[in-house]
Write a protein that binds this ligand. Sequence first.
Ligand SMILES: [Zn+2]
Length: 208
Amino acid sequence: MMMAQMNSDERYWQAVKKRDRRFDGRFVTGVLTTGIYCRPSCAARHPKRENVRFFENGSAAREAGLRPCKRCLPDHVAPDEAAVAAAVKRLDAGAATLDELAQLTGYSASHFQRVFKRAMGVSPAAYARARRSARATKALEQEGKVTDVIYDAGYDTPSRFYADAPRLGMTPSAWKQGGAGVTIRYAVVESALGPMLVAAPHQGICRL
Ligand SMILES: [Zn+2]
């Protein structure tokens, strides 16, 4: 019993030191000297280990007389996760502006931008770009005219796609022709967005 407690505390402390956001919502970190409790991933400077107590959740920490941190808003983990999930679903289905996402989730645009970036590691715009470019890349591998593919993938204009195209490592037409004459190696790597395709043509490494 005593041993199990020590082990979980040690695991929690390691998560706090790494600001591991996978632990957000699983416990909160109370700091006795400041009277504040935080989510494990809080970006604030780490407290001294001896001043830290772990609580199962915000209400247990409040019962012990602590107040929620104004920076990481530890009681907002569940609503934030739901908001990010809703935005990801929306962006996976097609383009949406930050204002549209904010309206969808009931957050202000600037606050939602921060919440999304904290959860996903990239801004909503960067996530949308990655999704769009992945959709276009997939479509280019199949049939269809390059310009149709570009519009279908959610680009307003072909020039927007060409601005993203350096990530493909070649021009969209070359990609459409199966990359004739261009040597590309692929690897799937883990990223904040889930598995991501990385292509390495002769020009260097580019992310899709
Ligand atoms: Zn905090």
